[in-house]
Design a protein around this ligand. Sequence first.
Ligand code: NAP
Length: 354
Amino acid sequence: MKLNVGILGATGAVGQKFVRLLENHPWFTITAVAASERSAGKSYRDAAHWIEPTRMPESVAGLEVQLCEPRLDCDLVFSGLDSSVAGTVEKAFAAAGYPVISNAKNHRMDDDVPLLIPEINPEHVDLVQRQTYSETGFIVTNPNCATVGMTIALKPLQDVFGIEAVHVTTMQALSGAGYPGVASLDAVANVVPYIGGEEDKLETEPLRILAPRQGEGASSSVTPLSFPVSAQCNRVPVIEGHMECVSVKLAGSPTADQVEQALRSFTTPDEVAGLPSAPETCLMVDDADAAPQPRRDVHRGAGMTVSVGRVRSCPVFDARFVVLSHNTIRGAAGGAILNAELLASRGLLARRKV
Ligand code: NAP
């Protein structure tokens, strides 16, 4: 039986990506859309300034946009809410018994909230058993859009060698700032070397995601790792796809070939590989000279495959490489949908009793 889902922040850039990716989803059907007072009361067709390249799904276009209050007719909610409101709204939904699958930053570092990338740390799902919002409600988050790609690439290096330090410089797409986002006079033919709050997220979130879970179920906990990450974030005139130039210092100082081999050896855990939104390849190493590139490679695996290229030795650290990931699919709506699929496959989502 399919589950009914609501989308909080449905009119925004991430919200629209949810609407597009959930059209014809085998497990989930959109039955509610919600946004701010500016949009509430209008049809979704009239409220959303549609920026997706495909037509707006008819099944959603006629839905009335509601306020983000926990009386939506659905079994769970995806949140693409602005962080100014996500914190309190998501808690209110969890307290009212709704599972909340969020993209917002507000609860990512809460001790009892999984910060989840299903291929990397599915065992962190256990943390929801520590939450006490209500009998059925809980919050699960996915990482910052720039954190996701780098962390997927770091996972095999942590497992095979152990990471001692990371330096990353990002070139992040305009869609990462939502809609309307960065003013065109700032963005066109330019690079903006500042994205508020972004460097802090890149320097902290990977340490929590890559950390092992201790204990199980209601006794589980995650203590973040402690290697230093230095991040410099830039906004560049690309529509979709965050690029990251990463240098890593690894235990045992492996060669670039060994690092590349470790990256190529990464496989998706079996329980995740069969989920509807899991790409065939989560981490692809591309050995072409000038790869990966956003315009050419960002849609690999329907936007869920992270590409790595230019793996080579580093004269300062041990190895360096370039990572590309789709910020609004793998880094937002697609990642959140994969999170929900993992929760559903573990029996943590159900029809809501009213
Ligand atoms: P956006 O385009 O600005 O959309 C924000 C959404 O939040 C809109 O639906 C807006 O509704 C709603 N909203 C704003 N104020 C509200 C209020 N007071 N009450 C209820 N709803 C309100 O932003 P976005 O890029 O989609 O990002 C959404 C969230 O996902 C943010 O927390 C962001 O940090 C996170 N995220 C974004 C990306 C990305 O690549 N863009 C990636 C990962 C995570 P109205 O249309 O009615 O104003």
